[in-house]
Design a protein around this ligand. Structure first.
Ligand code: ADP
Ligand code: ZN
Length: 612
């Protein structure tokens, strides 16, 4: 059924320019849309912010029949419907919150052809009533959003998604399309199998997010570290993630005492408080959220400018998800991760607890341990963070430097003679006969005569005091960096002893290199290339003025501000400063309906804030 024969790429582009105001496509969007138009099952894996929704929305507009979108949360459906309508596209959601009248109107809009997209939950889709409706509408296209929810290997498994495996049976002539940001191979295979894809097209995008700047710091003076991040992002939106509810409450209270407007969010708060926090954040009434990872999937705000982790996440998969909520609009954003080895202990404790309750089968536990280890290795990394992340997810990273991480921007600097320093540390491990942990080895190197050091007679070793005068935490960091590079090993449980690996001996013999880093002093915090480019020629004062106008328009209509207009389009307006409707139509992100509905308000603001 080659439907696409009738539609060309030019048709698609014109629909997209007209409704969304985008003149270029993001990587793989064209291929993904072609699969929908061709009626070929497909799985599209793009990072958060990669523009997955457009892949099924634009073809739906072009085709003219109804496309069914399966979505996991009512709040997400509402947001999507709002966004589509604000672009002049008919869309409805069928869910339990509708009154009888609303339900009737929605089905009416579907039958009359006015609504092109129908959002439903998987439970709803399994109901015979809903299936009869879809059969009557002769639905040919299903888009499964957040498709990884079907796999219990993913991080958001939802049992109700499993019902989707019967979709094929009920709609044998339809094509099914899955969309996810989950990078793991296992989850992808599971999606293809569960959804019963026939000869699917699989498109996997590049997982790098060049607009995000990654920074990792050992947690020290926490409040100073937090303040530094907040200072860099005054008036902007951010999420501060904590591991425990107690940390959330404490951090939120401290920030509030300092006069900041913040909301707390965790599973221990009642429904009203949680909903209130989420709504305040989505409506931009409040820009800072302190939360556990319970604050997650329903968060569709695209202009989050920073994500700060107060503690280490339990896996890089989680980190990628959580940090990935920043900068979905494609504009620059910062992800700062504060960690401490004690976070690893905390996660062990949490795993043990879950194990006692019988919640963690053996294989899962081993997997969790491995993921924790990888996470720690990332924190202790001494080379580019973008590269480390991309490689972890199995892709190549070819650029020599990203220009957007602490290590490439020079927050930390490599030690000139890393090899000699590494040799000193490794030879100390050899001298203590590979029988002691990192803290003890650091004491010996620093020349600290603790009771244990004296009892073991290590104060008379030639390596005693070899690194005298250095900061103790920094010496521990170096040990961590050597561990992360496999240039040191560990054995034993509890407080494991440091031991030498084959690679350690190569470093000691001088046939292998090592890379150790220390914080630059005073720390430089340079803006990334993305940040410089995204603000180029933008009139910031005008941008702030337009933001206020957007906020007002949003409030009047009960919509989220970035449904009215994205930050990207707002910055374009503040850069181009259109003076007429015609000029405004040419601005990136200004679709026809947006110009019609909001053009006058923004033109007036431009005249006021920036007289010609
Ligand atoms: P994902 O679901 O992959 O995380 P979205 O579909 O929410 O991403 O898109 C992220 C943002 O990028 C949205 O604001 C969307 O409107 C915007 N976007 C999508 N495609 C394009 C494009 N071709 N040009 C500009 N912006 C785009
Ligand atoms: Zn880098």
């Amino acid at each position: 059924m080659a439907v696409s024969a009738t539609w060309s790429l030019a048709d698609l582009k014109s629909v997209i320019a007209q409704h969304w105001g985008y003149r270029t496509l993001r990587p793989l969007q064209e291929e993904a849309m072609r699969a929908v138009l061709d009626g070929r099952d497909s799985l599209v894996v793009l990072p958060t912010g990669g523009g997955k929704s457009l892949c099924y929305q634009a073809p739906a507009v072009l085709r003219g029949d109804v496309t069914v979108v399966v979505s996991p949360l009512i709040s997400l459906m509402k947001d999507q419907v709002d966004r589509l309508r604000s672009c002049g596209i008919g869309a409805v959601a069928l869910n339990s919150t509708l009154s009888t009248d609303e339900y009737h109107d929605a089905t009416q809009a579907l039958t009359s052809g006015e609504a092109r997209l129908l959002f439903v939950s998987p439970e709803r889709l399994a109901r015979p009533g809903c299936q009869r409706l879809l059969q009557r509408l002769d639905v040919r296209t299903f888009a499964i959003d957040e498709a990884h929810c079907i796999s219990h290997w993913g991080h958001d498994f939802r049992p109700d998604y499993r019902q989707l495996n019967r979709l094929r049976e009920f709609f044998p002539n339809a094509s099914v399309h899955g969309y996810t940001a989950t990078a793991t191979e296992r989850v992808r295979r599971d999606i293809v199998a569960q959804l019963g894809f026939k000869d699917p097209e699989v498109h996997v995008g590049n997982f790098d997010r060049p607009n995000l700047t990654y920074r990792v710091q050992r947690r020290g003076d926490l409040m100073k570290q937090v303040r530094d991040v907040l200072d860099r992002h005054r008036g902007e939106a951010g999420i501060l993630y904590c591991i425990t509810r107690k940390d959330v409450d404490e951090l939120a209270a401290t920030l509030e005492k300092r006069g900041l407007k913040v909301r707390a969010y965790h599973a221990g708060l009642n429904d009203d408080l949680r909903r209130g926090a989420q709504e305040a954040f989505m409506s931009e009434e409040c820009d800072l959220i302190v939360a556990t990872v319970a604050f997650g999937m329903g968060i569709d705000r695209s202009n989050i400018r920073f994500v700060l982790h107060r503690g280490m996440p339990k896996s890089l998969e989680h980190y990628q998800q959580e940090a990935g909520r920043a900068g979905r609009d494609g504009l620059e954003a910062e992800c700062v991760l504060l960690y401490d080895e004690e976070d690893v202990e905390l996660w062990h404790y949490i795993l043990d607890k879950a194990g006692e309750r019988g919640g963690v089968p053996e294989g899962v536990r081993a997997n969790a341990e491995r993921q924790l280890g990888e996470m720690l290795r990332y924190c202790r990394g001494t080379a580019c963070r973008h590269r480390a992340l991309v490689q972890y997810f199995g892709q190549e990273y070819t650029a020599p430097s990203c220009g957007a991480c602490d290590l490439c921007l020079g927050d930390a600097r490599p030690i000139a003679d890393s090899v000699t320093l590494a040799q000193k540390i490794l030879s100390c491990v050899a001298r203590v006969k590979e029988g002691f942990g990192a803290a003890h080895v650091a004491d010996v190197l620093l020349g600290t005569p603790t009771d244990e050091v004296q009892t073991a007679g290590h104060d008379s070793l030639s390596t005693f005091g070899l690194l005298r005068g250095h900061d103790g935490l920094l010496v521990l960091d170096w040990v961590g960096q050597l561990l992360a590079q496999g240039l040191l090993g560990q054995r034993g449980a509890g407080e494991p002893a440091l031991c030498l690996t084959a690679a350690s001996w190569e470093v000691m013999r001088g046939v292998r290199s090592a890379r150790l880093i220390e914080p630059a002093n005073p720390p430089k915090v340079k803006a990334s290339r993305a940040a410089a480019a995204a603000w180029k020629d933008v009139d910031r004062e005008l941008f702030e003025g337009l933001r206020q106008v957007r906020q007002k328009l949003a409030r009047e209509r009960g919509l989220a501000p970035d449904v009215i207009l994205s930050d990207l389009a707002l910055r374009e307006l503040a850069r181009v400063k259109p003076r007429t409707v015609e000029e405004m139509k040419r601005v990136y992100g200004m679709g026809q309906v947006k110009v019609r509905d909001f053009g006058a308000a923004f033109l007036e603001a431009i005249r006021t804030f920036s007289p010609p």
